[in-house]
Design a protein around this ligand. Structure first.
Ligand SMILES: *[C@@H]1O[C@H](CO)[C@@H](O)[C@H](O)[C@H]1NC(C)=O
Ligand SMILES: *[C@@H]1O[C@H](CO)[C@@H](O)[C@H](O)[C@H]1NC(C)=O
Length: 440
C-alpha cells in the first residue's frame, strides 16, 4: 500500500447541461448589440436541481489501480427537486436522484478504455525526482471517496450534499469526519442551496465544469471566488483551468489514446508560483506569445516577450517537431499525452480580464471575475505539427481549484459561487445547430 499525503487533491467536476438542453433554457443577461447571454441554461446556478460529478486524479491514473473496496474514483450526484402541495396547502419537496449508488460504485473490470503512458499501456514506474513517491514504491494510490447524497435538511429549507475522503488508505474512519485536522490528508467538497431562493448553489472547495463549453472563441466565464486558505507554496491554485483535446495534426480527438493529446491552459493565482520561463532559460516558455490584437512575439525576442507571464509550458511527449529547447510534459497523469501552458498574473493578461498582478484574487481579495476565456484560449500557443490545419479549439472543461504538488500537511479552502458562461446574444439568436461560430 502506498500513500502520499496531500500530494494531489480530488477534482470535483460539475456536469451541467448539455449544449442542446442549454439552448432550450437560455436566459438573457441584458440586451442590445454586443450583449452576452448565458450558455448554461441556469445562470448563476440558481435552479434547485443540480448535476455534480467528481473524479480523482493523481500522477498514476494510467496504472489503473483502484483503492481497495472503492471502485473507480468517479461518481455523480444528479437530482431534481419535485414540489407538491401538502394537506396544509404548503409546498412539500422531494429530492429525486437520477444516479444510483450502483452506478457510482462501478469498478475495474467494467469495460472502460484508457490507461496509458502517453497513450500506451503502462506499469507502475520507478521513482523520479520529478514525481517522487514515498518509499520509492512507484505510484501514488487512488483516494478513498465517500459521498453524502444531496438531501433536504429537517426543516426542508436547505439542500446539502458533499464528497469527502483521503489519500491515506489506512486512515481510520473516525478521523475522516474531523475535516483537515491532524495528520490525515483530507479533502471535502460540500454544496448547499436554500430551497426556492434566488441565491445560487455555493460550493465549498473545488469545482470543475464538464459541460460542453461553446465552440465559439467568443465566450466569457463569470465566477466569484473567495480563497480562504491557499494550500501552501506548492499549491497550483487555478483561477481558471481549461481543457481541450486535439491531435498534433489538428484533427479532433477520436478516443485513440496513442494520438489524442489533451491540452490545458491554467492561470495560477498563488503568488508563490514563480515564472520559470526567463530570458536566460527559455525551455519552459511557449515559443510564441500573441497579444489580443494578433501581434506575435517569439521567445527569443528578449525586449518584447513577456517571460514573467508564464510559469511553465510543456510540450506533448509525442510532438516530434516541438521547437527546441523544450520541456516535455509528465507522461503519466492523464489518459492521453498532454500539453500544458501555465500562466501567472501579469499585465499582458489584463486585456482578457485575467489578473495582472500577484495577489489578485488571492487570500483577502475575494473577487467576482468576468474572464474572456474564449479570446484568451484562441491567443495562447499550443503545439501542432508544421503545415497542418489549425485545430478547432473546443474547451470541454473549465475548472477552478487547486492541485497541491508534492507537499505535506498543506490545506486549501475556498468558496465559489455565481458561476455562469456567457456567449454573444447574436450567437444565441442564430438558431440551433447551424452556425459554425456558435455552440448550437
Ligand atoms: C457528510 O455527512 C455527515 C453526516 O451528516 C456530516 O457530518 C459531514 O459534514 C458531511 N460531509 C460532507 C463533506 O458533506
Ligand atoms: C498590439 O498590442 C501590443 C501590446 O499591447 C502592442 O505592443 C503592439 O504595438 C500592438 N500592435 C499593433 C499592430 O497594434
Amino acid at each position: 500500500m502506498t500513500a502520499w499525503p496531500a500530494a494531489a487533491a480530488a477534482s470535483l467536476l460539475i456536469a451541467v447541461l448539455s449544449c442542446c438542453e442549454a439552448a432550450q433554457a437560455i436566459r438573457t443577461h441584458g440586451g442590445g448589440a454586443g450583449a452576452y447571454v448565458s450558455a448554461l441554461g441556469d445562470p448563476g446556478m440558481r435552479r434547485d436541481g443540480l448535476r455534480v460529478a467528481w473524479e480523482a486524479w493523481n500522477f498514476c491514473n494510467e496504472v489503473g489501480q483502484e483503492a481497495p473496496g472503492m471502485g473507480s474514483p468517479r461518481g455523480a450526484d444528479c437530482f431534481d427537486l419535485e414540489t407538491s402541495v401538502g394537506e396544509d396547502g404548503q409546498p412539500v419537496y422531494e429530492v429525486v436522484h437520477r444516479v444510483s449508488d450502483a452506478e457510482n460504485n462501478l469498478r475495474a473490470g467494467d469495460p472502460f478504455p484508457g490507461a496509458a503512458e502517453n497513450g500506451r499501456p503502462a506499469r507502475p514506474f520507478a521513482q523520479t525526482s520529478r514525481f517522487p513517491c514515498p518509499g520509492g514504491a512507484g505510484c501514488m494510490n487512488q483516494p478513498l471517496v465517500f459521498h453524502n447524497r444531496t438531501a433536504l435538511d429537517a426543516g426542508s429549507r436547505w439542500l446539502r450534499g458533499g464528497v469527502f475522503g483521503t489519500y491515506e488508505l489506512d486512515a481510520a474512519d473516525d478521523r475522516l469526519g474531523l475535516g483537515s485536522g491532524g495528520d490525515v490528508s483530507y479533502y471535502s467538497v460540500t454544496w448547499e442551496k436554500e430551497v426556492a431562493s434566488t441565491n445560487g448553489w455555493v460550493f465549498h472547495h473545488k469545482l470543475r465544469t464538464s459541460k460542453k463549453v461553446p465552440e465559439s472563441p467568443d465566450f466569457k466565464v463569470r465566477v466569484t471566488l473567495e480563497v480562504k486558505q491557499g494550500g501552501g507554496p506548492n499549491s497550483q491554485f487555478y483561477l481558471m483551468d481549461m481543457g481541450s483535446c486535439w491531435k498534433n495534426n489538428g484533427k479532433p480527438c477520436d478516443g485513440d489514446t496513442a494520438t489524442d493529446v489533451t491540452r490545458y491552459s491554467e492561470m495560477i493565482i498563488n503568488p508563490d508560483t514563480p515564472a520559470w520561463c526567463k530570458p536566460s532559460r527559455i525551455d519552459p516558455c511557449p515559443p510564441w506569445h500573441t497579444f489580443r490584437n494578433g501581434t506575435r512575439v517569439h521567445r527569443s525576442d528578449a525586449a518584447r516577450f513577456p517571460y514573467a507571464a508564464y510559469h511553465v509550458y510543456c510540450s506533448p511527449g509525442n510532438a516530434r517537431r516541438a521547437e527546441q529547447p523544450t520541456t516535455y510534459c509528465d507522461a503519466y497523469s492523464n489518459p492521453q499525452t498532454q500539453e500544458i501552458l501555465q500562466l501567472v498574473p501579469h499585465p499582458v493578461w489584463g486585456e482578457f480580464g485575467y489578473p495582472t498582478a500577484k495577489g489578485q484574487g488571492w487570500i483577502g481579495d475575494p473577487r467576482a471575475w468576468e474572464l474572456d476565456v474564449g479570446a484568451l484560449s484562441q491567443a495562447l500557443y499550443f503545439y501542432q505539427d508544421p503545415g497542418t490545419t489549425p485545430a478547432r479549439r473546443r474547451w470541454t472543461s473549465l475548472d477552478v481549484g487547486t492541485e497541491i504538488y508534492v507537499s505535506e500537511n498543506a490545506e486549501a479552502e475556498w468558496t465559489l459561487s455565481g458561476f455562469d458562461i456567457l456567449v454573444p446574444d447574436t450567437c444565441a439568436k442564430s438558431g440551433q445547430g447551424t452556425s459554425n461560430s456558435c455552440c448550437w
